[in-house]
Design a protein around this ligand. Structure first.
Ligand code: ATP
Length: 273
C-alpha cells in the first residue's frame, strides 16, 4: 500500500480549556491523489479537522502528519474557502502572481504559470479584471486557480461551492473533477451536501457531533470520470445516499437533535444547512 499523504492518529482537539471537545480519537489516512469528503452535521468538527491538517491548529492529543512530518502553515497545502478571499486591489492575474511571488518565482515564470491556470479555470480573458467585476462563481474559480498555483499535493476545501447558485455549483464540480484528474492533487473536501459528496469523492467520512468523531467511512464505487455521465442516474448512487441518510437518522436517534439533522440532510433536496 502507498504511504499516506496525510495521517491522523487518535487526534483530539478541544477549545475553551477543554469545555468544548471539538474532535475525539480521529484516526484517518488520506492517500496521494485521493478525493475524500468530510460530511456531518454542523459543529461535528469538519473545519477543525482541515485546520489541523494544514497546521493552523495543533492537536491536543494524538498526531497529525503530512508526508511524515507535523504540518506547519507553510507546508505545501492549499486551502479554498466558501468565499474566495481575493485581494480586491489586485487584478485577477495579480491575485495569482502574488502567491507565486511569495514563493520566489521570477516575473516571467509567475506570469506564465498564472495565465496557464486562468486558462485551466476558463478565465483567461479576465486576467486584467478586478475581483469586484466578477460573479461569485468566477471569483471561486480564481480562488481555485490561486490555490493550484503553488502546485500543492493536497488541496483542502471548506464548503467551496456552498455560496453559489445551483447551476454554477454543477459547473464548478465538474471542473474541479477535471482538474483533479489532470493534476493528481489529493483533495479533502468539506460539504453539507450529500449528493455533492457522492458525486465528487472516492471516499466519504461521516462525522458525528458532540464530540466530533468518525461515525463511518464509505467508499464511493461509481465509475469515473463522473463529469461525462451523470452518476446520479446510477442505482449505486441512490444506494449510497440511502445508506448515508440511514446512518444519519441512526445518529439522531442516539441523541443529536433530529430537526437539525433533518434540515441538514433532507434527502429530497440537495440543499445544505
Ligand atoms: N476557535 C474556537 N473556539 C472555540 N470553539 C471552537 C473554535 N473552533 C471550533 N470550535 C467549536 O468546535 C466544534 C467544531 O467546530 P467546527 O467549526 O470544526 O465544526 P464544523 O463541522 O465545521 O461546523 P459547520 O458545519 O457549522 O461549519 C464546535 O462546537 C465549535 O463551536
Amino acid at each position: 500500500m502507498t504511504a499516506p499523504l496525510i495521517s491522523l492518529r487518535n487526534v483530539g482537539k478541544w477549545f475553551k480549556d477543554g469545555r468544548v471537545v471539538a474532535l475525539e480519537d480521529i484516526t484517518l489516512d488520506i492517500a496521494p491523489r485521493e478525493f475524500v469528503s468530510l460530511v456531518g452535521p454542523s459543529g461535528c468538527g469538519k473545519t477543525t479537522l482541515l485546520r489541523l491538517m494544514n497546521g493552523l491548529l495543533q492537536p491536543d492529543t494524538g498526531t497529525v502528519l503530512v508526508r511524515g512530518e507535523a504540518p506547519t502553515p507553510n507546508s505545501d497545502l492549499a486551502m479554498v474557502f466558501q468565499s474566495a478571499r481575493l485581494l480586491p486591489w489586485r487584478s485577477v492575474l495579480g491575485n495569482i502572481e502574488f502567491v507565486l511571488a511569495l514563493r520566489g518565482l521570477s516575473r516571467t515564470a509567475r506570469r506564465e504559470r498564472s495565465l496557464g491556470l486562468l486558462g485551466a479555470v476558463g478565465l483567461r480573458d479576465f486576467a486584467e479584471a478586478f475581483p469586484h467585476e466578477l460573479s461569485g462563481g468566477m471569483q471561486q474559480r480564481v480562488g481555485l486557480a490561486r490555490a493550484l498555483a503553488v502546485e500543492p499535493d493536497v488541496l483542502l476545501m471548506d464548503e467551496p461551492f456552498a455560496a453559489l447558485d445551483a447551476m454554477t455549483r454543477e459547473t464548478l464540480r465538474a471542473e474541479l473533477l477535471k482538474l483533479w484528474a489532470r493534476r493528481g492533487t489529493a483533495i479533502v473536501f468539506v460539504t453539507h451536501d450529500i449528493d455533492e459528496a457522492i458525486f465528487l469523492s472516492q471516499r466519504i467520512v461521516l462525522l458525528r457531533p458532540r464530540p466530533g468523531a468518525i461515525e463511518t467511512t464509505l467508499t464511493v464505487d461509481l465509475p469515473e470520470p463522473r463529469w461525462e455521465t451523470d452518476p446520479r442516474a446510477d442505482p449505486r448512487f441512490a444506494a449510497l445516499r440511502a445508506d448515508l441518510w440511514n446512518r444519519i437518522h441512526a445518529m439522531s436517534r442516539d441523541g443529536a437533535e433530529l430537526e437539525e439533522l433533518a434540515y441538514a440532510f433532507d434527502p429530497g433536496t440537495t440543499k445544505g444547512i
